[in-house]
Design a protein around this ligand. Structure first.
Ligand SMILES: *Cc1c(COP(=O)(O)O)cnc(C)c1O
Length: 219
């Protein structure tokens, strides 16, 4: 069951700041995705490769699928033929593998670099030093990927100011590397904000929010 009221309200809020809504449908049935699709939603986010592959084949062609989970290199090949944007790129090795598979599929895949901004060790992503290493290395050989922005997740906490600080950090990294435009690196997307913190994330400069439970109910 989807929450139509939440959907309409969130769409209204996001319109004011021109922020993209990715509806996070992980663990939810295709019927729920269809219901949101009928209301006009086209961007959906999934965390698990097999689930995404199954849903993609069962649902309309014009859905833009966002992979927002942790992607293992050996599974990139399953989603590369159709995925719209990969949010969680957290290693150079993964970037190379996506590039290789994209070349085979004759596609250019847009990717976001995941940045580790939360306190928890469990969250994936590049730290400050690794980001620097990535953006100063020669990416020109990776002709079938484009780095189009950054993604981050704030700590699980009720402390709003802490989350705000973490979002601000992501935005500041984005500003540092944004001027560094190359043939396959043009940063324009900041993917941050989920059901519990998306308003804060927008205040801190998010251009894309990933919202699940507010739209689809608890998982
Ligand atoms: C599950 C998930 C979301 C959505 O979380 P909600 O709190 O349900 O809105 C967003 N981003 C990522 C990376 C997720 O794994």
């Amino acid at each position: 069951m989807i929450n139509t009221k939440h959907y309409e309200n969130i769409k209204e809020e996001l319109k004011l700041t021109n922020t993209l809504l990715v509806a996070v449908s992980k663990t939810k049935p295709v019927e729920d995705i269809e219901a949101l699709y009928r209301l006009g939603q086209r961007d959906f986010g999934e965390n698990y490769v097999q689930e995404l592959v199954d849903k993609q084949s069962a649902l309309p062609e014009d859905i833009r699928w966002h992979f927002i989970g942790h992607l293992q290199s050996n599974k990139a090949k399953y989603i590369v033929p159709f995925v719209h944007l990969i949010h969680g790129v957290d290693s150079f090795k993964l970037l190379q593998e996506i590039n290789k598979q994209a070349h085979k599929a004759n596609r250019i895949i847009d990717c976001l670099v995941q940045v580790h901004i939360a306190e928890e060790e469990t969250k994936f992503g590049f730290d400050e030093g690794e980001l620097k290493q990535l953006f100063t290395s020669d990416l020109s050989g990776l002709t079938n990927i484009r780095i189009v922005g950054m993604m981050g997740m704030a700590s699980f906490s009720d402390n709003k100011e802490k989350a705000r600080g973490e979002f601000r950090r992501l935005k500041s990294f984005f500003e540092v590397y944004k001027p560094l435009v190359t043939s396959n690196c043009v940063l324009s997307i900041i993917s941050m904000g989920m059901s519990g913190d998306y308003i804060l994330a927008i205040e801190e400069g998010s251009t894309l929010v990933r919202i699940g439970s507010l739209l689809f109910g608890k998982r």
